[in-house]
Design a protein around this ligand. Sequence first.
Ligand SMILES: *Cc1c(COP(=O)(O)O)cnc(C)c1O
Length: 360
Amino acid sequence: MSRVYNFSAGPAVLPEEVLKEAAEEMMDYRGCGMSVMEMSHRSKVYDQIIKEAEADIRDLMGIPDNYKVLFLQGGASQQFAAVPMNLMKNKKAGYIITGQWAKKAYQEAKIYGEAVELASSADKTFSYIPDVTDLPITDDMDYVYICENNTIYGTKYKKLPNTKGKDLVADVSSCFLSEPVNVNDYAVIYGGVQKNVGPAGMVISIIREDLITDECLPGTPTMLKWKTQADNDSLYNTPPCYTIYICGKVFKWLKAMGGLTEMKKRNEEKAAILYDFLDQSKLFKGTVVKEDRSLMNVPFITGNEELDAKFVAESKAAGLENLKGHRTVGGMRASIYNAMPKAGVEKLVDFMSEFEKKNS
Ligand SMILES: *Cc1c(COP(=O)(O)O)cnc(C)c1O
């Protein structure tokens, strides 16, 4: 068996300990004689898996009792519609456009009501986070929406926007569980799990209870009403059983590592190795302004497309996979999520350093 260092933006690297444990339990989950994939989601055994997963993420993030944790299908993109359907009482909300995912959410919200662009960093290819201290938020807005970590462009909010008292909704898909958060600062936090938490096929939505009501927009499908899911503890229909099971293992892995404070420390260390190299390199250049750099997604370029392509090909041959940048930006991108070991980042930087020597 040989494993590569996988810098994919998502689906992405998972902790080896988790994969091994899942492999051991594959044929016979703890004496049940069947795999978790094969068991009823209404069984006692599965009930314990989903309950423990919820308890562990609550513990990790310090989620207050007045927030529900929902395990939902449809990925993060499904929430682009669910958010306005569940929250647009006045049919108006403010969106901050910091990249493609924020823009997609904004465009989806426009189907259901008035989505107002509060700020944008499109003018400089989303290479920074706009000033969010004094936004044109009006009283009739139902919420303010952000994408907290911009997976494609590699920016992250270091300070949350001043929402002027309005509820904050955040897509945290690519920074989920990468550092401690104060859940009380948000009305809704949600993320697709396939970036930093688990296998594809699920979004976790953490929602303040008073926002979970029957008053959704007319025509909201039963499945997209948060109330349906909350009333049934995410078991209204068959949930993504196996994905929940693996996420549960990742939560336990994170707890064993020391929780989110420790993860933040590790993530800062890893990111610094790469950013420090980029800052002194004569060939490679980071594309994001320093103060808004993400700890999770690090885009960089050589300034020469042919050299970029050569780098991607040669790095792959050296066991460093998925370093090609997003198709809309080009260049390279290293996603260095929780499960990427420090040794992987060190190997990448060594490789970049060698590449620079040979090609300049
Ligand atoms: C990947 C990603 C999405 C889309 O996730 P899906 O689960 O594929 O719908 C949305 N937002 C962000 C920030 C992402 O990184």
